[in-house]
Ligand binder design. Structure first.
Ligand code: GLA
Length: 373
């Protein structure tokens, strides 16, 4: 099963702008500090920090969801609110209300916040289609990154600078996913984005975030190979980069390629790059309906995956793409045919923890003593 780029792009462009909230409502988000949530930045000592993608509008309107985020997350990341479409909807207009509210909310609650994302093909505002020269593309990319990254300098310790650089089935590292950036800048958009981010916030960790590198099959072999080539080519040119983000949208009906994934992770480690699990969820549309069985299978898929990863590297963080089945992108693409709701996340739609949550908890501590970096 592969995701068709145009459909996906259409969806992403629409989804990122979801939710219309007045500034007054959003500004109240920063007041939702939970005093009991005092925590060490980055989470409990010795454990891999855990976190989730969040939606600003739901944090405002849904108290139980907000409390579950504060209780369970060491880290949050904006599901859409820091994408181009949301923060830069017009050429000369930025809108930071939602992103600011999330940064404030995180600070007030002692939660770390990751940035997502600065150079991607998806969720691009319509005005960028009018960019029609190399110089203009470079200027727009640089000014956007300077504006967004400088606004949160010192407050966002890790940015997904580059998201989904490779095509679905790459021949090699030059098979970059078409975007307004590749159209005008070719492969140069990668060093431009990474160097600009590093120049604006020298402390933030620069992450290249990729998907579909876990499974068995020729397409996934090709993706792993191209990703390592790409990382090496960046390293050879002294382009700053600190980590690879494994999105980890796992499909319960795809076979994990243990050897392939571990070999990729050894190559990543040999380049002295960290690994983050950035968008974990388990897509359950093909699993049996029975909830007990389904939740068990979902947890099992995540256990095999986390074990495979953690045998080779200690991820700097594990984030799921949402905390609760109440708010998940999965049914937009992978709705179940039996009409039952999808259950891809650690908490169910009533915010009760599921076996997937226990598995994540287990792995946060399991390999803690084995790794020093
Ligand atoms: C990708 C992107 C995320 C999000 C998800 C789900 O993984 O990185 O921002 O859009 O797709 O749609």
């Amino acid at each position: 099963m592969s995701i068709k780029a145009p459909t996906r792009r259409d969806f992403l462009a629409g989804a990122a702008g979801a939710g219309v909230l007045g500034a007054a409502t959003l500004s109240s988000l920063s007041a939702f500090a939970t005093p009991a949530s005092h925590r060490a930045p980055g989470g409990r000592a010795g454990l891999i920090p855990y976190g989730s993608a969040v939606r600003a509008d739901a944090l405002v309107t849904d108290v139980a969801y907000r409390e579950a985020i504060v209780t369970n997350c060491d880290i949050i990341v904006a599901e859409g609110e820091m994408k181009w479409l949301d923060v830069h909807p017009e050429r000369n207009a930025y809108r930071f209300e939602k992103a600011d509210a999330l940064v404030d909310f995180a600070r007030q609650n002692g939660i770390e916040i990751r940035g997502h994302t600065l150079a991607w093909y998806g969720a691009m505002p319509a005005w960028t289609a009018a960019i029609d020269s190399r110089a203009e593309a470079e200027a727009e990319l640089v000014v956007h990154i300077e504006t967004v990254v400088s606004r949160y300098r010192g407050q966002i310790p890790s940015w997904d600078v580059v998201n989904e650089a490779l095509v679905d089935w790459p021949e090699d590292a030059t098979s970059l996913r078409p975007s307004i950036w590749t159209r005008w800048l070719g492969a140069d958009y990668l060093p431009i984005a990474l160097r600009t981010t590093a120049a604006v916030d020298p402390e933030t960790r620069l992450v290249l975030n990729e998907y579909d590198v876990e499974f068995r099959g020729a397409r996934f072999d090709a993706r792993r190979k191209a990703l390592v080539q790409l990382l090496r080519s960046l390293r050879d040119r002294d382009v700053p980069l600190h980590a690879v983000g494994l999105q980890s949208h796992l499909f319960a009906d795809r076979a994990l390629d243990r050897e392939g994934l571990q070999s990729l992770l050894r190559d990543v480690a040999s380049l002295e790059l960290d690994v983050l699990i950035t968008e974990l969820d388990v897509i359950d549309d093909r699993l049996p309906g029975d909830i007990g069985e389904r939740d068990g299978r979902v947890a099992g898929v995540a256990r095999d995956y986390l074990e495979t990863v953690c045998e080779v590297v200690r991820p700097k963080a594990i984030l799921t793409w949402g905390l609760s089945d109440r708010y998940t992108w999965v049914p937009t693409y992978f709705k179940r045919h039996d009409g039952m709701p999808n259950r891809p996340l650690p908490f169910d739609a009533d915010l009760e923890p599921k076996p997937l949550f226990d598995v994540i908890e287990e792995f946060r501590g399991k390999f803690a003593s084995r790794w020093t970096r």
